[in-house]
Design a protein around this ligand. Structure first.
Ligand SMILES: [Zn+2]
Length: 133
């Protein structure tokens, strides 16, 4: 069977499980995004990451919201970057992708996060650059 090499030039074969987040590029981005969520743990295989998110982002409280949204934004922006590299041959560095994720999440949260917040929520807002909290 033919395999396609990863568009992030890490030398591995491309697959969904590799792209999210075994690849050195995406794992760097995801680790950084998790740190904005105040989550410091080792990365899991793709299906386990999904399960972890399902288990840890229930409900409407801000910390849970600030897991669900970044997870969606991260997979979206890594996929866009993968396509950019495949089809347009242009490249964005990690930091640009992380910034896009941060802007997307902050834009979505700034309009809905008005309820009373403690220190934990306040710190999350600082991490994400959300200034309405
Ligand atoms: Zn790769």
């Amino acid at each position: 069977m033919d395999t396609v090499s990863c568009t992030f030039n890490c030398g591995e074969d491309e697959s969904v499980a590799h792209l999210f987040f075994a690849c050195t590029y995406s794992s760097y981005v995801w680790r950084k995004v998790l740190s904005f969520c105040d989550i410091f743990r080792s990365l899991l295989p793709w299906l386990d990451e999904i399960q972890w998110m399902v288990d840890h982002s229930r409900g409407k409280a801000l910390p849970q919201k600030l897991r669900k949204l970044p997870f969606g934004a991260t997979t979206y922006h890594i996929w866009l970057e993968r396509n950019r590299r495949c089809f347009q041959n242009t490249f964005l560095p990690h930091e640009a992708i992380i910034r896009k994720i941060q802007v997307d999440v902050a834009a979505k949260v700034s309009t809905i996060a008005q309820e009373g917040h403690g220190e934990r929520e306040h710190n999350l807002c600082i991490n994400w650059g959300i200034n309405t909290c």
